[in-house]
Design a protein. Structure first.
Length: 425
């Protein structure tokens, strides 16, 4: 599963590098080349793709928010390619030799199969377990009185301590926190070319935008011929993110726009940015309703991130209205019934309601989580210690995928509940 995806990413890296070496192309031309490569990405889901000859880019429209990058970052620390002068001539018809680099390790073999075929993952910010699920918790009546009795409460689920971005990154890639992500990547910084990948698939060094050979759950799904989409509330354009090396101006909510790039983990991986997958599949939340209309149009994985007001991050929203858990509960009461009524959920769905961060005053990280599915015993609880790596491992197991980075750790368990045969063994 990983081989074809990495092979294609290698093709894209070499194609982009060859284009830059052969001619000082404009940014839009490099974007066109990568847009063409994005089409190859979809074909690679079923078979490896042979490297194309290096030719001048066609008139394929450029992919917005999936800029070409004129360097190849590899786990072995490749150096950046330098562009020639603007009058260097025409594009050459030879492709530069592939840089020697250490390939990322193959993910561990999955241990389970599942009845679930459609996963709906909603990510919120928690005021703490007791405030959310404890006795007397009154701020979330829909969550506790209507939704919780339908599913299984994970009383031992803990978020990674501190900021929220490391949790988002971990739940789709298994990558652990570093200094930049722990600071919520206030600057959209690249990893250095010296960044290395260890035998477990963990990238060392400090940075926000992971090298092209660092794979995600989205890459795995694509390679296995499954589908995915991220639905982000208030996102103005597909795969919205800051420019490389620039400050992130979405750290705080703005009246009428409370989108937060740090709650969109798919925009932090070159494996998705450079092939155009992010530009195609990372969309505004307004697209969800139409996609839920049929099983065919519902992705295998639907990742849903409310804005800073509706996910509970802001106690007072940018427009002055109350936020916190009460606003998140109202959001859930409007969105979740649509999901539960959808044909895909009714057929073989799983709703995962998790929290990416707890209150800073609680170092335990205990936040809890809720699973709802036709395959789960309603009103049940599970006190096992879980976290974002367990969440990733579970979703990999559901779709028969390998375990990326820290999701493959010996002590990491898949979520229980019976919807994954043998999960937690």
């Amino acid at each position: 599963m990983k081989g074809p995806r990495l092979a294609l990413l290698g093709v894209v890296s070499l194609t982009a590098t060859g284009l830059v070496i052969g001619s000082a192309l404009r940014d839009d031309q490099r974007g066109e080349a990568l847009a063409a490569a994005a089409a190859l990405s979809r074909a690679s889901a079923v078979a490896p793709v042979a490297a194309p000859a290096t030719t001048a880019p066609t008139t394929t429209p450029a992919v917005r928010h999936a800029p070409a990058h004129t360097h190849t970052q590899a786990s072995g620390g490749d150096t950046s390619a330098s562009a020639p002068s603007p009058d260097s001539g025409q594009v050459t018809d030879t492709t530069p030799a592939a840089p020697k680099k250490k390939s990322s390790p193959a993910p561990t073999t999955p241990v389970a199969t599942s009845k679930v075929k459609h996963v709906f993952l909603i990510v919120l910010t928690s005021p703490g377990y007791d405030a959310t699920f404890g006795q007397g918790a009154a701020s979330a009546p829909y969550l506790n009185q209507q939704l919780r009795p339908k599913g299984q409460l994970l009383t031992g689920y803990r978020a990674l301590p501190g900021s929220d971005l490391p949790n988002y990154v971990a739940m789709i890639s298994g990558q652990p926190p570093n200094a930049a992500t722990s600071a919520n990547c206030t600057t959209y910084s690249e990893f250095p070319s010296s960044a290395k990948t260890n035998k477990a698939g963990v990238v060392s060094g400090d940075g926000c935008v992971y090298p092209v050979d660092t794979l995600t759950l989205a890459d795995q799904l694509t390679s296995a011929a499954h589908t995915w989409k991220a639905y982000e509330e208030d996102m103005a354009a597909t795969c919205q993110h800051p420019d490389s090396g620039q400050p992130d101006d979405t750290q705080q909510g703005r009246p009428g726009d409370e989108y937060a790039a740090r709650h969109n983990p798919f925009a932090y991986f070159h494996s998705l940015l450079d092939l155009g997958d992010c530009a195609s599949n990372d969309v505004p939340l307004t697209k969800l309703g139409g996609d839920l209309a049929s099983v065919k149009t519902t992705p295998s994985l639907s990742f849903i991130a409310p804005n800073l007001c509706h996910d509970g991050s802001d106690l007072t929203c940018a427009d002055g209205t109350p936020g916190g858990l009460a606003a998140a509960d109202t959001f859930l009461s409007q969105l979740v019934p649509q999901i539960l009524a959808s044909p895909a959920y009714k057929k073989d769905g799983l709703l995962e309601l998790v929290f990416a961060a707890g209150p800073p005053v609680d170092p335990s990280g205990l936040v809890g989580a809720l699973l709802v599915s036709p395959f789960i015993t309603a009103g049940s609880t599970d006190a096992t210690g879980y976290g974002p790596y367990s969440l990733l491992r579970t979703n990999e197991d559901i779709f028969g995928l390998g375990h990326l980075a820290d999701a493959g750790g010996d002590k990491v368990k898949s979520l229980g509940g019976g919807f994954v045969t043998g999960a937690g063994d």
